[in-house]
Design a protein around this ligand. Structure first.
Ligand code: ADP
Ligand code: MG
Length: 327
């Protein structure tokens, strides 16, 4: 699989009254052509900031730090003038934003909205655009009779389908979806995930799928990255992350998934909450909540290292060298 996207050292800060905080801190990632990369982490771990940084839609007090690189097909989009970005959005990169309802204009029928997305970014003229829009809507399962509906006349799942149709309307190289199924009931969630999977097959879609829910990303992603306090703490193929989580945070996420089969267990939650970025703990960011923490964890900030072939983890349990270094 050839590489479509390569992000290196991406850091995004917010300037707060207590000083700057790094909501995204030195993130490296790659997405192959036709690949779906999942990003998972609790609320506040920096997922939306990562998404908005990749779209170059971070607004003040947020800022992408110099030195961050984002190579799409070899071209660094962070080096383009800001004025060049609107033309790239929709065409090179498309966003499925966190709330589908707010992404749609309430006073315009959905087929017109998809057509507008096409004319804004493509060359198609309006009549042809409207025809293409209806084809796109049919492709995501909106019947021709419902194409003229206003957003409020559609269910949550149908609105999300419309937003997906808009995102893929101009055949973008990369689609970035921020919590695309949050707020939908589980049956609708499953249908939307199936739709995304089908689009990947039929169109060779490349995608970053962000969710706070590990089961969501595990269903359709090829690889998973786990985020904690703006950093990637574990990355690997979905199966290995899910079946053999290495980082204690990933293990806690996996253990927090309710099991339907087998003996009834008490549901485990991760104690504590995500750290306050203004007051990060010494050493490892996860150390105050970590059941496996030992003395060195309060001193050494572990880097993301390969622990097994194809599996990276930022945890001293797997970093013999770093432990010795500090000894
Ligand atoms: N506009 C902002 N100003 C200051 N801090 C922000 C802003 N937006 C987000 N943050 C902080 O950045 C961190 C990551 O937020 P976010 O990217 O929304 O995480 P997630 O999507 O994983 O819930 C949080 O600590 C949040 O408080
Ligand atoms: Mg978010």
């Amino acid at each position: 699989m050839s590489t479509l996207l390569e992000v290196r050292g991406l850091s995004t800060v917010y300037h707060t009254s207590e000083g700057p905080v790094r909501a995204v801190d030195g993130v490296d990632l790659t997405v192959g052509r036709g690949e779906i990369l999942g990003v998972v982490g609790e609320s506040g771990s920096g997922k939306t900031t990562l998404v908005m940084s990749l779209m170059r839609l971070v607004k003040p007090p947020g800022r992408i730090l110099k030195g961050s690189e984002m190579l799409l097909d070899g071209e660094d989009l962070f080096r383009l003038p800001r004025s060049a970005m609107p033309a790239r959005r929709g065409r090179d990169l498309a966003l499925i934003p966190q709330s589908a309802m707010h992404a749609l204009n309430p006073v315009i029928p959905v087929d017109r909205q998809v057509a507008e997305a096409i004319t804004a970014h493509g060359e198609a003229r309006s009549k042809a655009a409207l025809r293409t829009a209806r084809d796109r809507l049919r492709e995501v399962g909106i019947s021709p009779e419902r194409c003229h509906a206003y957003p409020h006349e559609l269910s949550g799942g149908m609105r999300q389908r419309c937003v997906i149709a808009m995102a893929v309307a101009n055949e973008p190289k990369l689609v970035i979806a921020d919590e695309p199924v949050s707020g939908l009931d589980v049956v609708v969630q499953a249908r939307i995930l199936r739709l995304i999977s089908e689009l990947r097959e039929s169109r060779g879609l490349s995608m970053i799928l962000v969710s706070h829910d590990l089961t969501t990303v595990a269903k359709i992603c090829d690889r998973i990255m786990v985020m904690y306090a703006g950093r990637i703490v574990e990355a690997g193929e979905t199966r290995t992350v899910f079946e053999k989580p290495l980082h204690p945070y990933t293990r806690a996420l996996v253990e927090a998934i309710p099991q339907v089969r087998g003996p009834r267990q008490t549901l485990r939650a991760i104690p504590g909450g995500p750290p306050d970025l203004n007051h990060l703990p010494p050493g490892c960011n996860f150390q105050p909540r970590c059941p496996a923490a030992f003395a060195d964890c309060k001193v050494v900030d572990p880097s993301l290292e390969e622990a097994e072939p194809g599996k990276k983890v930022a945890c001293l349990l797997y970093h013999e060298d770093e432990r010795k270094l500090e000894a």
